[in-house]
Design a protein around this ligand. Structure first.
Ligand code: SIN
Length: 291
């Protein structure tokens, strides 16, 4: 009996370290049949970040593709594309000077009670230099810590907030540089949310580090300096080259990543060139810990 992945014909090519994979021989403009969806979900669970070259999707097709993974996530603070309330346009003009959106390591909206399980990006205009998106494998970063340090982390609760990225003192709100993306900031940016520092993935049941310099603002029960010494160590540890997949864009790629077990960082380096991405998110559950 053939497996769903064989029946579907989908080809999966793992990238370095098996973190990240290219998926071909599938047309994402049409609904996936059961075999194709199951093969794709299997590849995604195994590789955490999957990308599909040469996929020319309309906004409507991008919305339909997203809905095959679940409900849309709730995207705060950024005005969506008119007529498409669940699609954001990440746009930076050639003459724009403000720091690019999504720079620095984060897992999307981790300050929410139920952060998105997945994010999907569709590349529309890709600059000739720079503009890579880089990813951290938060499973391996956790698994390769010493057992004693993992035991310490397993019992901790991290605090997440949007205040550094979107609060009144953030570069986004107080910065003077003009941006082509349109933001709608409200007073929820100061809210603080608690999530397990080590997250158990609802599908794979693997454990992953769930903290980031953009959204983590402390550790429950610890003084700021105590928390910083753990978090700063973790950020240095997680972002070692051996845990990274670097995605180089071409126009009309679809990329799907798992926010439950990865961090990402949108690199700049393309001043003087336009970059345009369309982005959707898939709703997730309340992050579960080990306790
Ligand atoms: C983001 O969603 O954080 C931005 C990703 C990118 O533009 O590459």
């Amino acid at each position: 009996m053939l497996e769903a992945s064989q029946r579907s014909g989908i080809q999966v090519k793992p990238q370095g370290n098996s973190f990240g994979a290219e998926v071909t021989n599938v047309d994402l403009t049409r609904p996936l049949n059961d075999d194709a969806l199951s093969a794709l979900l299997g590849a995604w669970a195994q590789h955490s970040v999957v990308f599909f070259p040469e996929q020319e999707l309309s906004l409507h097709e991008l919305e339909s593709f997203t809905r095959q993974f679940g409900e849309f996530g709730a995207d705060p603070y950024i005005r969506p594309i008119e007529g498409h309330p669940n699609v954001l346009e990440l746009r930076r003009e050639a003459n724009e000077k403000a720091k690019n959106f999504g720079s620095n390591w984060h897992s999307d909206w981790s300050f929410q009670e139920k952060p998105p399980a997945a994010t999907i990006l569709h590349s529309r205009v890709v600059p000739p230099v720079g503009g890579d998106t880089i990813f951290v494998d938060c499973y391996r970063a956790y698994e390769e810590l010493s057992p004693a340090y993992r035991d310490l982390l397993d019992g901790l609760i991290a605090l997440h907030s949007a205040k550094k990225a979107y609060g009144p003192d953030s570069a986004l709100v107080s910065g003077e540089e003009k941006r082509s993306m349109s933001f709608q900031i409200d007073d929820s940016t100061g809210h603080v949310r608690s999530h397990p520092l080590v997250r158990v993935h609802d599908v794979t049941q693997r454990k992953a580090l769930y903290v980031s310099p953009v959204y983590t603002v402390g550790i429950e029960g610890m003084a700021d300096q105590e928390a910083s010494s753990i978090l700063d160590f973790l950020y240095k540890h997680m972002t070692q080259e051996k845990y990274i997949y670097r995605h180089k864009w071409k126009p009309n790629m679809i990329l799907l990543w798992d926010n439950r077990c990865t961090l990402h960082n949108a690199e700049g380096g393309y001043d003087g060139h336009l970059r345009v991405m369309h982005r959707t998110t898939v709703a997730g559950g309340v992050p579960k810990g080990i306790f």
